[in-house]
Design a protein around this ligand. Structure first.
Ligand code: HEM
Length: 421
């Protein structure tokens, strides 16, 4: 038995969540290898070929795949992430119905409005922590978009609740415990909104545009599972949080975009002066590829099979290395350089560029919110380069490789904000 298979990797992986899987794979010159995690035999895979098989629903399932600490914080229980087969496809179709072009335009408009309000408000302040400010404005935008009423005075508290869920799963100690407490409160809060939407719709005449009309809360509240029943309020609440939580998390990518603009002033200049959608697209794509966010995703082998001479017994937990694939030198020239040019005139394929999962959005588990993530990043980069000017004072901008999810230590402080429109 190889040494890697005998030693438990839990501690090394916690110490180095980004890069450990791929560096081991490269050292062994293999895209697939076995190790132990939390004392369980686990198979790790990296690269585009690995992503292609990982997203084959005949070979991998999600039931029981996510470690418990993820469902107790980040995911919640019984949501779309844990489903397989027809039940997954139907639930996923509900999420994708929220991503229609008109709905995306609406979210973009709402987010632009909140950006403009914030810039005006920041003008009078000494300094602004961009991560906090952007997370709050995204929280306001997504709550308005989904039909969740939030009084302005409650925005900071709701934003903290949602960011605590994202911050917790890989943490040990107080950060993890904060995430567990936040999950209990958020689940109750979201289930309350589902109950309210159901009560409101029972009191109203049926909507002319059918059950798919209305806000995201209405769509989720009126969704019927494959058995024809409404989802229990707590499960529908988990699905509502599956829209709210990750939309607020886009704030992390916005902070990385601000970091990239700071470290690559030629890109700041181009984006501020050239009105070219292709440039903006390339920049946003490179931010998503380059900066660490979700290091990996988990599944279980649906049956016994062989791949690349490696045996996968039914039920084996398998990790797909997202971050390593996005930095794989076989797929990306000079992967550790920030070069948006690599995306000019190039549409990345569904298994090489996988910061939000790979494969198909409708049939598989690829992120339901990938398009709105890019939309919100584009609005935000436009705001940072065209709607405001600011200074970046000395601060600790290091991104520590042991902290998942990653974020610059100072969370990006800006001063002297001026509205430039
Ligand atoms: C799934 C990343 C934004 C909704 C996922 C997955 C990843 C991911 C890695 C798992 C893929 C897999 O299991 O194979 C991200 C990142 C985001 C982001 C880095 C940037 C902040 C969003 C947004 C939404 C969203 C804005 C809003 C709708 C979902 C849902 C799933 C998912 C519902 C589960 C899909 C399924 O299991 O079929 N995301 N996501 N995400 N994401 Fe995102």
């Amino acid at each position: 038995m190889r040494l890697m298979e005998r030693l438990d990797s839990t501690v090394p992986l916690a110490a180095r969540p980004y890069g450990l899987l791929s560096s081991r794979a490269r050292r062994m010159n293999r895209d697939v290898y076995d190790t132990r995690l939390l004392l369980q035999k686990t198979t790790c895979m990296t690269g585009a070929d690995a992503a292609r098989v990982f997203y084959d629903p005949g070979l991998f399932v999600r039931a029981g795949a996510a470690p418990r600490r993820l469902s107790l914080t980040l995911f919640g229980e019984n949501g779309v992430q844990s489903l397989d087969g027809e039940r997954h496809r139907a639930r996923k179709a509900m999420f994708m119905s929220l991503m229609a072009p008109d709905a995306r335009d609406e979210l973009r408009d709402i987010a632009s409005r909140f950006w403009r309000e914030r810039i005006r408000e920041w003008e009078g302040r000494g300094q602004v922590v961009l991560y906090n400010g952007v997370s709050e404005l995204l929280c306001q935008a997504v709550c308005a978009w989904t039909g969740v009423p939030v009084a302005e005075r409650n925005v900071p508290a709701i934003t903290s609740l949602l960011t605590a869920l994202i911050d917790a799963p890989a943490a040990i100690g107080p950060r993890y415990l904060r995430g567990r407490a936040a999950r209990r409160i958020a689940d109750r809060w979201a289930a309350g909104h589902i109950r309210r939407a159901r009560a409101d719709s029972a009191a109203e005449a049926p909507a002319a545009d059918g059950p798919d009309g209305g806000t995201a809360v209405d769509v989720i509240a009126s969704y019927r599972d494959t058995d024809g029943r409404l989802l229990p309020p707590d499960v529908a609440g988990v699905e509502l949080l599956n829209v709210l939580r990750p939309t607020v998390a886009v704030g992390r990518f916005v902070v990385f975009a601000a970091l990239a603009l700071h470290e690559n002033p030629q890109w700041r200049h181009r984006l501020a002066t050239e009105d070219d959608p292709e440039l903006l697209e390339a920049f946003v794509q490179e931010v998503r590829r380059f900066y660490p966010f979700f290091p990996m995703v988990a599944a279980r082998a649906a049956r016994d099979f062989e791949w690349h001479g490696h045996h996968f017994p039914k039920g084996r937990r398998v990790l797909l290395d997202l971050q390593g694939t996005d930095h794989d030198p076989r797929l990306w020239e000079r992967p550790d350089q920030f070069r948006p040019e690599r995306f000019m005139g190039r549409e990345p394929d569904a298994h090489s560029m996988i910061p939000q999962g790979g494969g198909d959005h409708y049939d598989g588990h690829r992120c339901a919110g990938e398009w709105i993530t890019k939309d919100l990043m584009k609005v935000s980069v436009t705001a940072l380069t065209r709607w405001m000017s600011y200074s970046v004072p000395p601060q600790d901008l290091r991104v520590h490789p042991w902290r998942a999810p990653a974020i610059p230590k100072s969370r990006f402080i800006v001063t002297q904000v001026t509205d430039t429109r």
